[in-house]
Write a protein that binds this ligand. Sequence first.
Ligand code: GUN
Ligand code: FE
Length: 456
Amino acid sequence: FIDCPELGQLRIRYNTCVGVPLRGEQKGSIQFVKESSDPVADAINYDSTLLNNEVNLVSSGSGFFFPGFVDTHIHASQYPNAGIFGNSTLLKWLETYTFPLEASLHDLETANVVYETVVRRTLSNGTTTAAYYATIDPKSTKLMARICSSRNQRALIGKVCMDQNSPGFYVESTDSCLRGCQEVVDYLQNELNDSKVAPILTPRFAPSCSRDLMTQLAAMAAKDDLHIQTHLSESISEVEWVKSLFPECETYTQVYDRFKLITEKTVLAHCIHLTDAEAKLIKSRKAGISHCPISNSSLTSGECRVRWLLDQGLKVGLGTDVSGGFTCSVLATARHAHLVSRHLAMKEQDPELREHLKLSVPELLYLSTMGGADALNMGDQIGSFDVGKQFDAQLIGLESSGSNVDVFTWQRPGAKASKTSPPLLTNEDLIAKWFFNGDDRNVTGVWVDGMLSHST
Ligand code: GUN
Ligand code: FE
């Protein structure tokens, strides 16, 4: 079992057995983690009423269990446009590619095909939890929630809210938007009845939300203690537009804060062009940040200063931001975040700071799992293999069928070393090989709440 419970830590536990009941009150939650040569005896020791056949044993074989990835920002509705963005930048891209596509998912059959595909694809890439944006349509948003529930993926599901500065074919009145949100919240909380799938209020971004809408969404969030997600400080033209729309606020962050949208349960995507004061404000509200490096490079929005955020103790996770980002793979997104941190480092003159700006593989694997869990305020439930957390995991096989990760026999830990043989690899090296060359072919099994969601 390998996980990253703290920033920079890579915890490797060998010959380990994790106990997860598949029914009863503790269903899906980790009861024990211990070193073991006899997992069956451990399970029966834990609950003597278990007969041999009632213990469902899953062994890692030659691979390892890793916590499921947490995608803190993904637009399920934009998946058909993954890879389609040309040379556009944010505001033009929204108008040209994004709004027409999202509007087309009003058709439930189309929405069903798209959402089924996204959930299947994210699961097969190891994503066990995602904070999704659907569209402004409550019906297809509820459909997305049903799909996550039936495919066994943990999810926050947001009906997109926009009541101004949007095209006529894709906008709502304030009232109809609020009614739609309440409909989705009620459905998820009272009808779907799946604790893995929860609502998240989703004011798209400040330009598309009236003051009245933001005020009422914040009230709705406060009343039911709901999650909130939105975009913040993604591109310079967006920041300038927000300044002109909300002249009463000194910064973009203050717009959301004035309307009480920044809470412990808020996740803010991008946060590239923040001032010191804005970072401080987000920190004081204990909100999370979703770093979306592939989207930021693709739309040439900028380079998020992740180290600067982490040094201030801000909660940061990774977001694929499909389809600003072209892939729904969190692993690919983590690799890109690794490179973006190096691009920032290359622009730094001070040699010590230059080194400091680089994010390491263990740090990025932390952001992909535990960091994302914290950014979504779910860190006590998921993100690592600890007693009391839900068992959300992926089984990684470096030598699975079709694997793109090549490990030569003489490189393997334990291979016979001699003065003349090429260097052996450590387990940390093997993790790095997976990080840089791995993909969905290495994900041989995925579990959410202890139940299998995907296997090859
Ligand atoms: N800002 C407002 N809407 C969007 C969106 O759909 N994607 C991204 N990346 N930024 C946005
Ligand atoms: Fe986005």
